[in-house]
Design a protein around this ligand. Structure first.
Ligand code: SF4
Length: 291
């Protein structure tokens, strides 16, 4: 017994200090993408990234690339293919938004925190290449998360989630589980998972929700009391991810959450990092997290 106490004392607190301080993720972590408009224009919109994306997450809009984070699995193939290194993945893990359109990344002017007027510490980026020598620092505007004030007040310090795995591979589910461990300890914010949708404030949906899982999902949705919040966790729940079939109205088209349960919050990733998910939950509940 004494040895156990001694060991616990030696290990000290294992729970991350987030949100009081920001977590340090590895420099090669692939977070929010950035497309440098000047560099991309220099290549004349070469389309290499569009062709390289295995899941068609990048399309061309007016001869410029547009990367949809709601479809992206963050494999980095596009960044490797970009001859100008215009497309990079920064280490910004804040990817969530309540605005589906805000997940589409379009070319933007590069702004360094070292330039006059530059703000923040700046984020590193990885192009995905082994000889990566990108020393630039990126400053990205915060993605919008609209916290419904009445919702935040109603759920203050008590937000219960029912997790629905709609044919997910297990990765998003595993990283949601991690939020309940001693390291992230989501319960300290009053957020927890419950077994029954009747006790849930929201559904955390993972997986592409194919035809065979639709009925179960809709049953769960019907059993949940108002206001029936859906949170789409991962590329599959947002868009169908790599299981997506872009041929509606085909009866088996797989495009994530069905129209009957439109998500209020989108958390991109494959799977989303636990910090991404926890940050999204806290901001959705109007609890500010540091920038
Ligand atoms: S982001 Fe890179 S690969 Fe994509 S169109 Fe621009 S220059 Fe070409």
């Amino acid at each position: 017994m004494f040895e156990i106490f001694l060991e616990r004392f030696r290990q000290k607190t294992r729970t991350v200090a987030f949100p009081a301080s920001l977590p340090a993720l590895p420099p090669r972590f692939r977070g929010r993408p950035f497309i440098d408009a000047d560099r991309c224009a220099a290549a004349g919109g070469c389309c290499s990234c569009v062709a390289a994306c295995p899941w068609h997450a990048i399309s061309f809009e007016n001869t410029k690339p547009a990367l949809d984070m709601g479809m992206c699995i963050f494999c980095g193939e596009c960044a490797c293919a970009c001859p100008q290194r215009a497309l990079v993945f920064t280490t910004d893990w804040r990817l969530a938004s309540t605005d589906r359109d805000a997940l589409v990344v379009r070319p933007a002017a590069y702004a360094s925190p070292r330039q006059p007027g530059g703000q923040g510490a700046g984020l590193r980026a990885s192009s995905g290449l082994a000889d990566d020598d990108d020393e630039r620092l990126y400053v990205l505007p915060e993605l919008p998360i609209t916290s419904v004030t009445s919702l935040a007040a109603a759920f203050a310090r008590s937000f219960r989630l029912r997790q629905v795995t709609a044919a997910g591979c297990g990765a998003c589910e595993a990283d949601l589980n991690v939020l309940g461990t001693v390291v992230y300890d989501m319960g300290r914010f009053g957020i927890d998972f419950v077994a029954s949708p009747r006790h849930a404030d929201a559904i955390a949906l993972t997986g592409p929700a194919p035809r065979n899982m639709r009925a179960a999902l809709l049953d769960c949705y019907a059993a949940m009391p108002a206001p029936k919040v859906i949170i789409a966790v991962g590329a599959c729940a947002i868009s169908g991810g790599m299981f997506r079939r872009v041929a509606p109205p085909a009866p088996d088209s797989i495009q994530g959450a069905p129209p009957q349960c439109r998500p209020a919050l989108f958390i991109p990733g494959c799977p989303p990092h636990p910090c991404t998910t926890l940050d999204a939950f806290l901001r959705f509940l109007d609890q500010r997290t540091p920038r």
